[in-house]
Structure formats: structure tokens, C-alpha cells
Design a protein around this ligand. Structure first.
Ligand SMILES: [Ca+2]
Ligand SMILES: [Ca+2]
Length: 128
């Protein structure tokens, strides 16, 4: 291996290691479904990496001690992902499937006062 080739190999190794270590403990934006307390992706938020059969068990929406049951008002759905939401826990009741961002669940016809705002009790996420 001559000197020029060695330099290229070292440069490649540095590039690969830099790409693997982005220094961020959280999930990078655009690679996970994120649920939000308020419309237009406002208020508290939480990445949903796997199906959740009962949002009662997921704390962090609204005030102290509150959970995500009947609390979600908007959802980020990265391209290539699919989200199915349910009116009740254990994936029961009415359901709807989304494949793109939902800035305002009031705008989607559903079972809670005519829409899906503050209605979702279980959620399934899939990468297509
Ligand atoms: Ca809400
Ligand atoms: Ca519900």
C-alpha cells in the first residue's frame, strides 16, 4: 500500500466513525414517529419506537402525573412510516391509519366529538 492509498483509507475510516457517532443520545429527527400534546407539534412530545397497547402506561403528556391517554393532538410521521391509532386501549374501538404528518387531529374525522383530538388510547407504528 503506497502513501496515497493509506491516506485515502484513513480518511474513509474517519468518515465512517464520524457517521456512527453523532453524539446525540436521542433518536435523530425523521427516524421515529413522535406524538405531541398540542396541535402543530407543540407542548410535550415523545418518540414512539414501538407499538403501545395502552397509553395510560406512558407518562408525560399534560400536567404532573398525566399520561398520553386521550392527550395526543398532533403526530410526526416520517416518510416511509405508517401509524395506526385506536380509540381505546388494546387496539380496540375505531381506528385510522396515517402515512404523513398530522399537524392537527381536529381535522381528521374520528370518534371523539367528531374527530381524533385527545382521543387516541393505543398506537401502532410500522416502517414500510
Ligand atoms: Ca392534546
Ligand atoms: Ca380514547
Amino acid at each position: 500500500m503506497n502513501r496515497k492509498t493509506s491516506a485515502i483509507v484513513i480518511a474513509l475510516l474517519l468518515t465512517v466513525s464520524a457517521a456512527c457517532d453523532d453524539g446525540s443520545p436521542s433518536t435523530p429527527t425523521g427516524t421515529a414517529v413522535v406524538i405531541y400534546e398540542n396541535t402543530n407539534f407543540g407542548g410535550n412530545s415523545r418518540a414512539v419506537a414501538a407499538d403501545a397497547s395502552d397509553l395510560d402506561a406512558l407518562p408525560g403528556c399534560g400536567g404532573p402525573g398525566a399520561d398520553w391517554d386521550d392527550c395526543i393532538s398532533s403526530i410526526r410521521v416520517p416518510s416511509g412510516w405508517e401509524v395506526t391509532v385506536f380509540e381505546h386501549d388494546n387496539y380496540s374501538g375505531a381506528s385510522a391509519t396515517f402515512t404523513s404528518d398530522i399537524p392537527d387531529l381536529h381535522q381528521h374525522a374520528g370518534p371523539c366529538g367528531g374527530d381524533w383530538d385527545d382521543c387516541i388510547s393505543a398506537i401502532q407504528v410500522r416502517q414500510k
